[in-house]
Design a protein around this ligand. Structure first.
Ligand code: SAM
Ligand code: DTB
Ligand code: SF4
Length: 327
C-alpha cells in the first residue's frame, strides 16, 4: 500500500491486518519487505543523551521527567567537542547515524540552541547521518536545524490518541503532530513511532499504527520501542508485553509503510533473540547499536554482532572492524 493510498486507510483496515493469524501476517510483511529492501541490510544508529534529566514534561515512562523520583543523574548540555568525540567513536563502531537527544519540553531560542546547532554541524561533517530529538519546535527552529545539517528529527506519537492522556498530561497529541509538520516543512526526514507495553490495549496499538500510516508522506523512520521499565516512574511495574504483539506491530508497520525504515528500538535488551529474529523477518531493518540508549542500557554490541552473524544480517558485522573483533 503506497503512502498516497494509506491516507484512505481506516482504523478498521489496520485492525484487520493486525489480527490476522500471526504467521500469515509475518509472511505478508516479509514479502513486502523483500519487495522494497535488501533483507540482509540493517541500518545502525547510535544514541547519545546531550542533556539529561530535569525535564518539565510528565511522560509516565521516562527516567528523565522531573515529575518522577528516579536514580538518574542530571547533566547539563554537553559541549560540541564531547558530542563529536562520541560520534566519532560510534562511527568507528559501525553506526551510520548518530542521534542526539535532549530532555527538553521544547527548544528555546537561547545559547543552548546555538550550541546544538554547532554540534549538529560538526557531527554532519564527520560524514554521519544526523538525527535529533529535542522536544517541540517551531517552524523557524526546524529550518535552522535543517540548515545546520540535521537529516532526521525524532518525535514520537507514543500511543493511540485515546490513550495518550493516560501517559502524558503536559502536552497533547496535536502538539506532537504540529512539530512533526514543522519538521516536514523544513525538509527534514521524520522519525516517528511509539512505545508498546505501557498498559495500553491492542486497540491502542492499532490506533498508533493507524496514526503513523496515515501521515502523508509516511515517516521515513518508524521506531518501535517496547517499554524499558524504570524504577520510580509510574509505569515501572507494568508487566512486559507479549512477544507476538511486538512482531505484529513491526509487521503491520512494514506492510503499511513499505518504504520506511522500521527500527526495533528500545527494549531489545530484554527481548529474546528469537523474537528479534521474527521482527527482522517481518521487516524491521534498523536498530540502535551500542551499549547505552539515552539513559538505560542497550543490548551489548558484541551480542548484536553475534546475532547478526547467526542470522546472516549485515550492518555492524561487516561495516565495523571493532564489532568483528568482538565476535
Ligand atoms: N524529550 C524529547 C521528546 O520527548 O520528544 C526527546 C527525548 S525522549 C527520551 C524520546 C523518546 O524516547 C520518547 O518519545 C519515547 O518514545 C522514548 N522513550 C523514553 N523513555 C522510554 C522508555 N523508558 N522506554 C521506551 N521508550 C522510551
Ligand atoms: C526512540 O523512539 N527511541 C529512542 C530515540 N527515539 C530517542 C529513545 C529510547 C529511550 C529509551 C529509554 C532511555 O534510555 O532513556
Ligand atoms: Fe522529557 Fe522526552 Fe522524557 Fe517526556 S520523553 S519526560 S519530553 S525527555
Amino acid at each position: 500500500m503506497s503512502a498516497e493510498k494509506s491516507t484512505l486507510l481506516s482504523r478498521d483496515d489496520v485492525a484487520e491486518l493486525y489480527r490476522r493469524p500471526l504467521l500469515d501476517l509475518v509472511f505478508e510483511a516479509a514479502r513486502m519487505h523483500r519487495a522494497h529492501h535488501d533483507p540482509h541490510q540493517i541500518q545502525c544508529s547510535t544514541l547519545i543523551s546531550i542533556k539529561t534529566g530535569a525535564c518539565p514534561e510528565d511522560c509516565s515512562y521516562c527516567s528523565q521527567s522531573a515529575h518522577h523520583q528516579t536514580d538518574l543523574e542530571r547533566e547539563a548540555l554537553l559541549s560540541p567537542a564531547k558530542v563529536v568525540a562520541a560520534a566519532r567513536q560510534a562511527q568507528q563502531n559501525g553506526a551510520d547515524r548518530f542521534c542526539m537527544g535532549a530532555a527538553w519540553r521544547n527548544i528555546k531560542n537561547n545559547q543552548d540552541f546555538e550550541q546544538v546547532l554547532a554540534m549538529v554541524k560538526q557531527v554532519k561533517e564527520l560524514g554521519l547521518e544526523t538525527c535529533g530529538t529535542f522536544g517541540m519546535l517551531d517552524e523557524q527552529q526546524a529550518k535552522r536545524l535543517r540548515t545546520a545539517g540535521l537529516d532526521y528529527y525524532n518525535h514520537n506519537l507514543d500511543t493511540s490518541p485515546e490513550y495518550y492522556g493516560e501517559v502524558i498530561t503536559t502536552r497533547t497529541y496535536e502538539d506532537r503532530l504540529r512539530t512533526i509538520q514543522h519538521v516536514r516543512d523544513a525538509g527534514m526526514k521524520v522519525c516517528c513511532g511509539g512505545i508498546l507495553g505501557m498498559g495500553e490495549s491492542e486497540d491502542d496499538r492499532i490506533g498508533l499504527l493507524h496514526q503513523l500510516a496515515i501521515q502523508n508522506p509516511a515517516p521515513e523512520s518508524v521506531p518501535i520501542n517496547t517499554l524499558v521499565p524504570v524504577a520510580g516512574t509510574p509505569l515501572a511495574e507494568v508487566p512486559p508485553i507479549d512477544w507476538d504483539q511486538v512482531v505484529r506491530a513491526v509487521a503491520v508497520a512494514r506492510i503499511l509503510m513499505p518504504h520506511s525504515m522500521v527500527r526495533l528500538s528500545a527494549g531489545r535488551a530484554a527481548m529474546a533473540e528469537s523474537t528479534q529474529a521474527l521482527c527482522f523477518l517481518a521487516g524491521a531493518n534498523s536498530i540502535f547499536l551500542g551499549d547505552q540508549l539515552l539513559t538505560t542500557p542497550n543490548r551489548k554490541q558484541n551480542a548484536d554482532a553475534a546475532l547478526f552473524q547467526r542470522l546472516g544480517l549485515e550492518g555492524i558485522a561487516t561495516n565495523s572492524p571493532t564489532a568483528v573483533v568482538e565476535v
